[in-house]
Design a protein around this ligand. Structure first.
Ligand code: C2E
Ligand code: CA
Ligand code: CA
Length: 710
């Protein structure tokens, strides 16, 4: 008391991410922090980090010493009382006490060390698993002098092991059940004709799926498949061509639920020609057990998300499934900002709560939990399965950034989370682990650039994303300033050479006097959900143009994007504009691409039908580049086909395949009573071949390029 000492007073201000002060942490420590103190402090921190405490028992006196971390593992305030062997035994789970006592007794008598895993019960009733290791130090006469030991909290691993054991047991028992089932009930066997209609199926369908055979025979097999599995069954013609091996598919049951079945099909010759014979085997239990097992071993317990290893596997899987050469898989590494501060201020559990809440918000924004994984520490990964370019990751990154910011309550205070996002992309041949690492590098760059932002690993990609964003906002402004208008390109009758109508093609007349062609900005407009607005501008101006030329009898063809059809009021808009300008609906043609047409759902088909009923002709644009089947052309009210210009150029160059295909297509269109337009006619030679094949109309530079007015 009569000695003066220096003390160190540290005061740490704690703020939330918005910079609002939450409070202060103040510590007072002796300032003469010599190396012994330091060693003790570092040891203590290391123990806390490893969830490992150290203890020492003086055997003759029975005196027991615990490091701070032992108290923490036992759920007690550090150094709150002087422990003894009885106090320790009292904390051990009653069922494990005799094991622990035996181990200690044995080592005191003979041997040099022991290791036991047992449970402890904290004062608040929580049960934890700990691993103890101990070493005995003996006197020269062999009697035990001291016991030194460590105790490690292994609750997390113990729970994971238990879950895995349970899942494996479930798998084993379900396999046994399945084997019994397979022996006692036979597979469902069915025959499907080449149009996909079920011709017959075995009686076992009653017991396996609950249908009567008559419920299914005569229907499309697809009607009984889960919508997501229809593609998996494979294209029928593909199946007809060869054996594809068993596929896992879900089959509908009368109560509306689905059951996992293994489906194998083989082509067979029948009196009616080729057909498919297939066998269906119930694998519901197998699939369920597999899912449970995957969950137990591939998921992080705090967030329920895929582990890092599982995410790497998923990335590799998506890379292998990339559709075409230039497509990429994107990987985001999302770091939750400021979790360190939260952990320091409110203990680890608080940081965990914030991380788990942010992870949930990310999953909700992404919309598919299978694309989200837990990285190291405070990181969450998102997989973007199929991107045309890295810049396509930006909209999602922005949405995630905005979605996480709602305050989360930690004790008394509300924390406003933010995230730093790193983005890396890779093609088929890039290493998934490298992608994850690259995204992490970019994430750390986002943090050091000020947090609450995204960064690309690749500078070129960052520039490209910036360029696209600027272009998109330019289009937005251009729409407000009325900078878009249609240019018109003639369509001629191939026999008479007469101009019968025009196609309206959008052009952007920018403020600095440039004319930008459609293909340079339409993809960006589409990505920014601006294309339907552009479509309406072109539509209105085209109809106005028709009204200004009432007597020529010529039509104008306007392009319609899938997004316009999805708007819901497109049909009303078209009919309204025609009525307003007094233009007969026969003078308006609408062009929709083959691919958009294929993906039409019920409502959109109704829109197409309404406009066709009103007298407007629909044309299939870029015909030959998509995969539309004859049934589509037959079932939708289509007036004509526009042969894609790649065919026309092939034709003109003397390409035999193109020539034969074009010949086939024109025959098909004639057979279905459809009008035909060949696009991209650039030479008289090309025109001659098309005319000889019977194409009725042509369009292309030979007859004029797009121009401001008709
Ligand atoms: P598209 O409907 O196939 O339009 C034909 C494109 O081929 C036009 O390009 C046209 O300028 C070009 N073209 C015409 N004849 C020839 C030729 O003889 N040789 C060559 N090499 N090219 C020729 P553009 O105007 O750049 O339009 C590109 C695509 O953008 C269009 O393809 C269409 O799918 C879309 N598009 C244009 N305007 C609109 C619009 O208002 N709305 C929507 N949704 N899409 C539009
Ligand atoms: Ca077109
Ligand atoms: Ca076209």
């Amino acid at each position: 008391p009569d000695v003066e000492r220096w003390w160190m007073l540290t005061c740490t201000q704690v703020c939330d991410d918005a910079g609002v002060e939450l409070g202060c942490i103040t510590t007072l420590a002796p300032a003469d922090d010599g190396s012994a103190d330091r060693q003790r402090r570092v040891l203590d921190e290391a123990q806390a980090l490893a969830h490992m405490g150290a203890w020492e028992l003086d055997v003759p006196s029975g005196e027991l010493w615990w490091s701070d971390e032992v108290y923490r593992i036992f759920g007690l305030p550090p150094q709150s009382f002087t422990p003894d062997y009885d106090a320790f035994l009292a904390a051990v789970h009653p069922d494990d006490r005799s094991t622990v006592r035996d181990a200690v007794d044995r080592v005191l008598v003979a041997g040099s060390q022991y290791a036991v895993r047992h449970r402890i019960v904290r004062p608040n009733g929580d049960v934890r698993y700990v691993q103890e290791k101990s070493l005995v130090v003996r006197e020269s006469d062999g009697s035990a002098r001291r016991l030194l030991g460590t105790v490690t909290d292994v609750t997390e691993e113990a729970l994971a092991d238990a879950a895995q054991e349970r899942a494996q047991a479930a798998l084993a028992s379900s396999e046994a059940r399945y084997r019994m089932l397979a022996e006692n009930a036979s597979d469902v066997v069915w025959q499907i004709d080449r149009d996909g209609v079920v011709e017959w199926l075995s009686d076992s369908v009653r017991t396996v799926l609950g249908w009567q055979p008559a419920d299914i025979v005569g229907h499309q097999a697809d009607e009984f498949l889960h919508p997501e599995d229809r593609g998996r069954r494979g294209d029928l013609s593909q199946s007809l061509a060869g054996d594809k091996g068993p596929q896992e598919v879900r089959l509908l049951r009368p109560d509306g639920t689905y059951r996992w079945m293994s489906s194998s099909v083989h082509p067979t010759e029948t009196s009616e020609g080729l057909a498919l014979v297939g066998a269906l085997r119930d694998i519901q239990a197998e699939v369920e057990a597999r899912v449970e097992l995957e969950h137990a071993i591939g998921h992080d317990r705090l967030t329920g998300l895929a582990t890092l290893a599982a995410t790497a596997g998923r990335i590799a899987d998506r890379q292998a499934r990339l559709a075409h050469g230039s497509a990429v898989v994107g990987v985001m590494c999302i770091g939750v900002d400021g979790l360190g501060t939260i952990n320091d201020a409110y203990a680890h559990a608080a940081g965990d709560r914030v991380l788990a809440a942010v992870a949930r918000r990310i999953v909700a924004t992404v919309g598919d939990v299978d694309l989200v994984g837990r990285g190291a520490g405070n990181e969450v990964h998102v997989v973007l399965p199929d991107l045309a370019s890295g810049a396509d990751a930006v909209p999602l990154a922005e949405r995630i950034r905005r979605a996480v910011v709602d305050p989360i309550h930690v004790g008394e205070v509300a924390v406003t989370p933010s995230v730093s996002i790193g983005i890396a992309v890779g093609g088929r041949d890039d290493d998934a682990g490298e992608l994850l690492r690259g995204a992490g590098v970019a994430m750390r760059r986002a943090k050091s650039n000020g947090r609450d932002r995204y960064e690309f690993l690749d500078q070129e990609m960052a520039d490209e994303a910036q360029r696209l964003l600027q272009l998109e906002s330019g289009i937005r402004v251009g729409l407000q300033r009325d900078e878009f208008r249609p240019w018109f390109q003639p369509i001629v009758n191939l026999t008479t050479g007469e101009v019968v109508g025009h196609e309206a093609l959008v052009r952007w007349l920018t403020a600095d006097g440039q004319t930008v062609e459609a293909w340079k900005f339409l993809p960006v407009a589409e990505r920014g959900h601006l294309i339907a607005d552009l479509d309406l501008v072109v539509l209105n101006k085209a109809i106005e143009e028709l009204a200004g030329d009432p007597d020529s009898g010529r039509f104008i063809a306007v392009n319609v994007s899938a997004e316009s059809l999805r708007r819901g009021d497109y049909d009303a808009h078209v009919v309204g504009a025609l009525t307003e300008w007094g233009v007969p609906s026969e003078r308006l043609h609408l062009e929709v691409t083959e691919t958009a047409l294929l993906n039409l759902t019920g409502d959109l088909r109704a829109t197409v039908a309404t406009l066709a009923d009103a007298g407007i002709s629909w044309y299939v644009d870029d015909f030959g580049t998509g995969y539309s089947s004859i049934s589509h052309l037959r079932d939708l009210p289509i007036g004509g086909l526009k042969l894609d210009r790649s065919f026309t150029s092939g034709l003109a160059a003397g390409d035999q395949t193109c020539t034969r295909l074009a010949d086939g297509l024109v025959g098909l269109a004639d057979g279905l009573g459809l009008d035909t337009v060949a696009e991209g006619v650039e030479t008289a030679a090309g025109q001659a071949v098309l005319a000889s094949q019977g194409w009725r109309h042509g369009q292309g530079w030979l007859y004029g390029k797009p121009a401001p007015r008709r």
